[in-house]
Write a protein that binds this ligand. Structure first.
Ligand SMILES: NC(=O)c1ccc[n+]([C@@H]2O[C@H](COP(=O)([O-])OP(=O)(O)OC[C@H]3O[C@@H](n4cnc5c(N)ncnc54)[C@H](O)[C@@H]3O)[C@@H](O)[C@H]2O)c1
Ligand SMILES: [Zn+2]
Ligand SMILES: [Zn+2]
Length: 345
C-alpha cells in the first residue's frame, strides 16, 4: 500500500492525496499510523486558518494525536522493532537549550511540533519520526487508546501542576477532551471530589460517566453558588480552566479555596481579560498556566496499562480515513453531539 495524506486546501476544505513513502533516517522509525485523533486545535486551523501567530500557508496536513505500528528502523535504532505498536509524542525539541537541558522541554523555542505551522501533522498512512519520541504500547493497550495519550498528557500536566493529591477537591471548567482528561488524571492522582462544569448536556453526561462527583450546567445554573454549596462554602483546592473562555477564566478566583491553585489550560480567544486580582489575593491562591506537557508519556502509558486511567470512554465517534472531511464537518456542525472523534487510518 502506498502513502496518502489528508491536505487542508483552504478553510473547511480537505482532500486526500498520494504522497511519497517516507524513509527512516538515522535515529528514526517509520510508523504505519492506525489512529489519529481530531484535536480542538486541528478544528480551529480548519475553520480559521490560524491560531494566533501560527498561520496555515498553502496545503497543509493537520493531526498530532497519533499511534500506529513500527514498520522500518533507521540506522542506530535498537529499542524498537518492526511490529511494535507505539504512541508518538508530537514535539521534537532541540535538546540543547536551557529549557531542554533542565527537563522543561515544553518551553523549547525550537520545537518542531506536528500540525503546528509551518510543520505538517500526521493525518497520513506513514510517517518517519524520531525513535526516541515513539513510546511502545504494552499488550492490551490499543492504538486507538494510544492516540489519546497526547491529550491525556495535557490532563496529567494540569493535575500535576495543580498539585492534585490524595483527598483533593477539584473543579474543572470545561468538559471537552482536555477537561475530561484532566478529570481522569485528577482521579488517578487521588482527588476525592471532582466537579465538572460545562454548557453542553452530552459533555456533562460524559463527565459523570467518567467519574465526576457532580456536574454543573453553566447554561442554567449559578456555578459559584453550586460549587460553594458542594464544598462547604470554601471552594475547590484546585480549579482548572479548560474551557478557553474569558468567562471561565474570570470565574476561577471565585471558585478556588483559600490557599488553593488555579491552573490555566484553555486558551481564550481574547489576549486581555478583565480579572479580579483582589479576589485572587484575598484567596491567596496560585495562578499557574501550563503549556503542553513534559516527561509524561511513560507515566501516561503506565497508567493506562495498570488500569489507573481508562481513556477509551472519551471517544464518541470514529470515522474511516476516506471520510475525514465528513469527520471535520461533524466536529464543527454537530458540536453538541460530539465529544471526541478519532480517525481510523
Ligand atoms: N495549555 C495547553 O498546553 C493546551 C493543550 C491542549 C489544549 N489546550 C486548550 O484547552 C482548551 C480545551 O481544549 P478542548 O479540546 O477540550 O476544547 P473543547 O472546545 O472541546 O472544550 C471546551 C469546553 O468548554 C465548554 N465551555 C464553553 N464555555 C463554557 C462556560 N462558560 N462554562 C463552562 N464550560 C464552558 C465548551 O462547551 C466545551 O465543552 C482549548 O482552549 C485548547 O486550546 C491547551
Ligand atoms: Zn491536541
Ligand atoms: Zn530546546
Amino acid at each position: 500500500m502506498g502513502n496518502r495524506a489528508a491536505f487542508m486546501t483552504g478553510i473547511r476544505k480537505m482532500e486526500l492525496r498520494d504522497v511519497p513513502m517516507p524513509a527512516a533516517k538515522a535515529g528514526e522509525v517509520v510508523v504505519k499510523l492506525e489512529y489519529v485523533g481530531i484535536c480542538g486545535s486541528d478544528v480551529h486551523y480548519y475553520e480559521h486558518g490560524r491560531i494566533g501567530d501560527y498561520i496555515v500557508r498553502g496545503d497543509y496536513i493537520l493531526g498530532h494525536e497519533c499511534a500506529g505500528v513500527v514498520t522500518e528502523l533507521g540506522e542506530g535504532v535498537s529499542v524498537l522493532a518492526p511490529g511494535d505498536r507505539v504512541a508518538l509524542e508530537p514535539g521534537a525539541t532541540c535538546g540543547e537549550c536551557e529549557y531542554c537541558k533542565t527537563g522543561r522541554y515544553n518551553l523549547c523555542p525550537d520545537v518542531v511540533f506536528l500540525a503546528t505551522p509551518p510543520y505538517h501533522g500526521c493525518f497520513e498512512n506513514y510517517i518517519a519520526f524520531p525513535a526516541k519520541l515513539a513510546f511502545k504500547l504494552p499488550d492490551g493497550i490499543s492504538t486507538r487508546e494510544g492516540a489519546l495519550v497526547e491529550p491525556l498528557n495535557v490532563g496529567l500536566e494540569a493535575a500535576k501542576t495543580g498539585g492534585v493529591t490524595l483527598g483533593s477537591s477539584v473543579a474543572i471548567l470545561g468538559a471537552g477532551c482536555i477537561g475530561l482528561t484532566a478529570l481522569l488524571a485528577s482521579k488517578a492522582y487521588g482527588a476525592a471530589d471532582v466537579t465538572v462544569v460545562d454548557v453542553i448536556g452530552k459533555r456533562l453526561e460524559k463527565a459523570l460517566e467518567l467519574g465526576a462527583t457532580r456536574v454543573i450546567d453553566a447554561s442554567r445554573q449559578d456555578v459559584e453558588k453550586e460549587l460553594l454549596a458542594a464544598t462547604g462554602g470554601e471552594g475547590a483546592d484546585i480549579v482548572m480552566e479548560t474551557a478557553g473562555s474569558s468567562r471561565t477564566t474570570q470565574q476561577a478566583p471565585f471558585l478556588v479555596k483559600r490557599g488553593g491553585t488555579i491552573v490555566l489550560v484553555g486558551m481564550a480567544p481574547d489576549d486581555v481579560i478583565p480579572f479580579n486580582f483582589a479576589k485572587l489575593m484575598g484567596q491567596v491562591a496560585d495562578l499557574r498556566p501550563i503549556f503542553r506537557y513534559k516527561n509524561l508519556y511513560p507515566t501516561a502509558i503506565k497508567a493506562l496499562a495498570s488500569g489507573a486511567i481508562d481513556v477509551s470512554g472519551i471517544v464518541t465517534h470514529e470515522f474511516a480515513f476516506d471520510d475525514i472531511a465528513e469527520a471535520f464537518r461533524v466536529n464543527i456542525d454537530d458540536k453538541a453531539d460530539v465529544v471526541k472523534i478519532v480517525i481510523k487510518i
